[in-house]
Design a protein around this ligand. Structure first.
Ligand SMILES: NC(=O)c1ccc[n+]([C@@H]2O[C@H](COP(=O)([O-])OP(=O)(O)OC[C@H]3O[C@@H](n4cnc5c(N)ncnc54)[C@H](OP(=O)(O)O)[C@@H]3O)[C@@H](O)[C@H]2O)c1
Length: 319
């Protein structure tokens, strides 16, 4: 099969489109024909060598949509069935989705019923699952003033779309470092745009928010908390600032009184939660269109596109 393999960590140039043996089904595993996958920021970190547990050579790709080709559990999974999968060490401990076929542990093959096309479906698993997890944790109420930090990221756009489709009356503000993306953000329904050349600090005078989605992460969390209204909720779920942990974090002093700090981890996933997400998308007619579509031999270009931060939303690859 054709696949995109990384033999040693580095820039986008280490993504090598080549021929590799097609994996074979073995007990406990299912072979899936890849019809699409999204590109995720975490794969850029892994490609760069910032995921210490990942050994190379490795086919990256932490999510996939496709159809079952062969399975070790024909009583519970059906050949030809449309499935999605994400996380569970895919593209990290074992080869991932940047390929024509991917071999997955049976427990993380999630059948779905959908009328969406492959490009739309490919935009969903990791990004909308994460966005939906954040969305639920925020306990949104009519009148909430919401801030999305890095609103132009894949997850940022997905949560904006989920909020707009919810029908809850919200005022949604989004940050971006760019001054090229205002029109596209407005077309997605954002109410207010804040330009943050320094993504870690909000400009003076922006006021406070009832709910904050922080995709910048630990490097901005204290700044976000200082802009959270009383009884507000912040979800610190991204790491775009490139910092993973908060050293010296003092919950008593760093979380202002009567504010709530939460997070979301997309690795906590099962079939029931995936079904809940797909039901929500269908019932609320959530727009899941990806921003840009590449082909498998162009996966390197897809990484370059993300690295240049030109985009706005989800980038997918259709083999
Ligand atoms: N907790 C979880 O389970 C989970 C799941 C999925 C994703 N994530 C995390 O969520 C974040 C977003 O992921 P994604 O795949 O949606 O990202 P993405 O689509 O790659 O985001 C790209 C955008 O982020 C902004 N950005 C890039 N580098 C930045 C930096 N150094 N500082 C501030 N903004 C920066 C840029 O927007 P502008 O140029 O417009 O500012 C860029 O266009 C990542 O940190 C990812 O690891 C976490």
């Amino acid at each position: 099969m054709k696949a995109v393999i990384v033999k040693q960590p580095g820039g986008p140039e280490v993504l090598e489109y080549t021929e590799v043996p097609t994996p074979k089904v073995r007990p406990g595993w299912t072979l899936v024909k890849v019809h699409g996958f999204g590109i995720n920021h975490s794969e850029i970190f892994t490609r760069d060598g910032q995921s210490p547990s990942v050994k190379f050579p490795r086919i990256l790709g932490i999510e996939v949509v496709g159809t079952i080709v062969a399975t070790s559990v024909p009583d519970s999974l059906t050949v030809g069935q449309t499935v999605v999968s994400l996380m569970g060490e895919m593209g990290r401990a074992y080869d991932g989705s940047y390929a024509e076929y991917v071999l997955l542990p049976n427990a993380q093959v999630y059948p779905v019923t959908t009328n969406l096309d492959w490009a739309e479906l490919a935009a969903i698993p990791e990004t909308f699952y994460t966005a939906f997890g954040i969305f639920k944790s925020l306990r949104l109420q009519a009148g909430d003033r919401v801030l999305i930090r890095a609103a132009t990221s894949g997850v940022g756009v997905a949560i904006l779309k989920l909020m707009k489709a919810s029908g809850i009356q919200l005022t949604v503000t989004g940050t971006t470092r760019s001054n090229q993306k205002d029109d596209a953000l407005k077309a997605l329904g954002i109410d207010v745009i804040i330009h943050t050349p320094d993504a870690n600090h909000l400009p003076e005078g922006v006021g406070e928010f009832d709910k904050i989605v922080d995709m910048i992460g630990p490097s901005a969390v204290r700044d976000s908390l200082s802009h959270l209204a009383e009884f507000g909720i912040e979800s610190a779920t991204g790491e775009l600032g490139g910092i993973w942990t908060l050293d010296g974090f003092d919950p008593i002093m760093d979380i202002p009184n009567n504010r709530y700090l939460t997070g979301f981890y997309s690795g906590d996933v099962d079939a029931k939660k995936i079904n809940e997400l797909f039901t929500y998308i269908e019932q609320h007619h959530v727009d899941v269109t990806p921003e840009k579509v590449f082909r498998l031999p162009e996966t390197r270009a897809a990484h370059e596109y993300l690295a240049q931060s030109k985009g706005l939303g989800k980038v997918v690859v259709l083999p």
